[in-house]
Design a protein around this ligand. Structure first.
Ligand code: RNT
Ligand code: ZN
Length: 424
């Protein structure tokens, strides 16, 4: 695809800088802030949440990756090569969000409650070499002991114990990543537990989940290296009527136990936006984790686009001046398109939304609002939609040495031919 020349990009940027300066917005300052933000790229887009523990096992837990686009990563090396390719096309330096099923056990079967830092040595070495921080997740699905639909809230004490031990093991692995990489690991617990049909007892499973979490968190782990997060959900496939770890459950839990809350944009009613929750939750908690996704009719985990919802989320983070307190993770898995492209498209869209938010004359908008001048507020917000943020974005890509515009597709096509095609 034909891209503009560096001279054209710089000229367009110079004009855009003037336009923003007239609004009182410093584009250089916005770009400096953008450069400092690390997204946590989810490893599971690369192989449809399969992992390496038992690749033949179907994905469970009420989530689904649909599609059969060729080139899915089958080994850790393939997945890392795909990630390297994706990172090369995303401006900035970003993190990796890893799941426990991506352990490298050298062909030996290691039960999830026995996982240890040594099983992630390959990831650690790679992250160190490439300069990525790592975040982590226990995998409480796609496992025989999750087949009954309950893990940490299971009525069976032995099953519960197994998952408690797995989560503790994961916190230790997270601590190891954090210590070794010099940046805290966020270890996020999401469980699928719930009922397909209307339960009689909504309380007991939640009591059990609370007790399990308490046991997991009772193990002291240095918060300089590992921080814990809990992720709520509204419903999943097979848990349509009741999810144990609901939003209210985890909000209360996080506030009482001082852990991070993870808000996934696909985990609420379709007309409910996590954008509105950020300010409220930040009043009660020090830090938040976001799983930025795109639900289409349900928690379908479509690739993030530059839509109103994505924009609203990033605007809230910026307007709350909370870039330091809100960790930006991605969570989608589309198997119907090139998986490297899926990462790149989603990540670039989150960064573009963030840039648009950083280019906002927020003080001016706020002043209008405070003066009850809602006419000016609306007029300005609508005019901002036509501002030349894309010229600032292109310039950012040029400066960060990544392809400008859809030119990244050329590299993806070349990678497809040289690497993905051979995977059959
Ligand atoms: C599931 C949750 C969870 C998963 C990953 C794979 O609905 O969103 O975050 O997507 O753990
Ligand atoms: Zn999620």
């Amino acid at each position: 695809m034909a891209s503009p020349t560096p001279r054209q990009i710089e000229a367009a940027y110079a004009a855009a800088r003037e336009r923003y300066a007239a609004l009182g917005v410093d584009t250089e300052q916005a770009l400096a802030r953008l450069r400092g933000v690390a997204l946590s790229l989810h490893c599971w887009q690369g192989d449809d949440v399969t992992g390496f523990e038992a690749p033949e096992r179907p994905l469970s837990g009420g989530i689904a990756a649909t599609g059969n686009y060729p080139g899915k990563a089958r080994t850790a090396d393939e997945l890392r090569r795909d990630l390297d390719q994706a990172y090369r096309l995303i401006p900035g330096r970003h993190r990796l969000n890893l799941h426990a099923i991506y352990a490298e056990t050298g062909g030996r079967r290691v039960e999830r409650n026995q996982l240890a830092p040594e099983h992630f040595a390959g990831w650690l070495a790679w992250a160190r070499e490439q300069g990525h921080g790592i975040d982590f997740n226990p995998t409480c699905f796609s496992h025989p002991l999750a087949d009954a639909g309950f893990t940490l809230a299971s009525p069976d004490p032995a099953i519960r114990q197994f998952w408690i031990e797995h989560c503790i093991a994961c916190r230790r692995i997270g601590e190891h990543f954090g210590r070794e990489l010099g940046t805290p690991c966020i270890t996020n617990i999401w469980i699928p537990d719930g009922f397909k049909d209307t339960p009689v007892d909504r309380l007991a499973p939640r009591q059990r989940l609370q007790e399990s979490l308490d046991q997991i968190l009772a193990v002291p782990i240095d918060p300089r290296y590992n921080r814990d997060a809990v992720e709520s959900k509204l419903f999943g496939i097979g848990s349509e009527s009741y999810v144990v770890g609901s939003h209210e459950f985890y909000l209360g839990y996080a506030v009482r136990r001082r852990v991070l809350l993870c808000l996934d944009s696909g985990h609420f009613h379709p007309t409910e936006s996590i954008a509105d929750k950020i300010s409220a939750v930040l009043l009660a908690l020090d830090e938040l984790l976001l799983h930025i996704s795109r639900g289409v009719r349900w928690d379908s985990d479509h690739v993030v686009t530059l839509n109103d919802e994505t924009l609203a989320i990033l605007q809230e983070v910026v307007r709350c001046d909370a870039l330091e307190r809100v960790h930006l993770g991605l969570d989608f898995f589309d198997a119907s398109i090139n998986r490297v492209a899926a990462w790149v498209i989603g990540a670039r869209n989150v960064l573009r939304a963030l840039l648009i938010a950083l280019l906002e004359p927020t003080a001016r908008l706020r002043a209008a609002e405070q003066a009850s001048d809602y006419t000016t507020r609306l007029a300005l917000l609508e005019e901002l939609k036509g501002m030349p943020w894309q010229a600032v974005w292109d310039y950012h890509c040029l400066q960060q040495d990544v392809p400008v515009g859809a030119a990244y597709l050329d590299e993806i096509r070349a990678y497809e031919a040289s690497e993905l095609a051979a995977r059959g």
